[in-house]
Design a protein around this ligand. Structure first.
Ligand code: KIV
Length: 257
């Protein structure tokens, strides 16, 4: 099978829905890739799923780069998207460009960044001109959790919904090949998906988008406080906890080795 890329993602719109996941290391990324996942996001959700933080804000560029390289080493067919962490694109355009380039040099096929302000749209344009595909992210933007007052659904009033629609059109106009719609009403996600030519990737936005994200730890049952919209396809927490406990007990009782 050919590796997923910007052209094949674009071509899937209206033809085939894409089930996409996050992953942050080679072990799980290899399994996701072998299972046929089209896009693997090295999300800054790693701050919460892997590093024990309560938000994504503490994730550093160095952590994003090593996780991206680990995933890219094993992703034979999946497109790898590196999530630019908080602070890596807010402190000046040249620094943002340099950080996006570092992600591509680590093996990413595209980068993701949050927002649709004039400043962010200008950055998207510059990255695309430089040959860096950009997946935008609007709606609930976890890097702005302090500004938003929590991880809350966005676009709930008509005025707020109109703003999310304007944001979607702005990132499309700037050149993004796809846009994440996080935690918005499904009716709004449907309107945006119909209005845009680019791929919409929903999370907590109903089943109407062209593609879906699911955070790997929620999907595999490794996050015991997963959001209510997430679906658990396996209960790895129980399996892993039991395996550790059985091992400890077998060593204590001289059963193993
Ligand atoms: O970091 C992440 O996992 C994300 C998804 C929620 C889209 O941005």
């Amino acid at each position: 099978m050919k590796k997923w890329n910007v052209a094949t993602v674009r071509a899937a719109k209206g033809v085939k829905k894409l089930g996409c996941v996050t992953s942050y290391d080679s072990a799980f990324a290899r399994l996701a890739d072998e299972a046929g996942v089209p896009i693997i996001l090295v999300g800054d959700s790693m701050g919460m799923t892997m590093l024990g933080y309560s938000t994504t804000l503490p994730v550093k560029m160095s952590e994003t780069l090593s996780a991206t390289a680990a995933v890219a080493r094993v992703a034979k067919n999946a497109m790898v998207v590196a999530d630019l962490p908080f602070g890596s694109y807010q402190c000046g355009e040249d620094e943002a460009m340099k950080n996006a380039v570092l992600c591509m040099q680590a093996g990413a096929d595209a980068v993701k960044l949050e927002g649709a302000t004039e400043r962010v749209c200008h950055l998207i344009k510059r990255m695309v001109e430089a040959g860096i595909p950009v997946l935008a992210h609007i709606g609930l933007m976890p890097q702005s959790v302090n500004q938003l007052g929590g991880f809350k659904k966005q676009g709930k009033t008509r005025e707020a919904a109109d703003q999310v629609m304007r944001d979607a059109k702005a990132v499309e106009e700037a050149g993004a090949f796809a846009v994440t719609l996080e935690c918005i009403p499904s009716e709004l996600a449907a309107e945006i998906t119909a209005a845009l030519k680019i791929t919409t990737v929903g999370i907590g936005a109903g089943g109407v988008c062209d593609a879906q994200w699911l955070v790997m730890h929620d999907l595999l049952g490794l996050n015991e406080s997963a959001p209510s919209f997430a679906k658990k396809y396996a209960d790895l927490a129980t399996i892993v906890r039991n395996a550790f406990a059985t091992y400890v007990s077998e060593v204590e009782n001289s059963v193993f080795p």
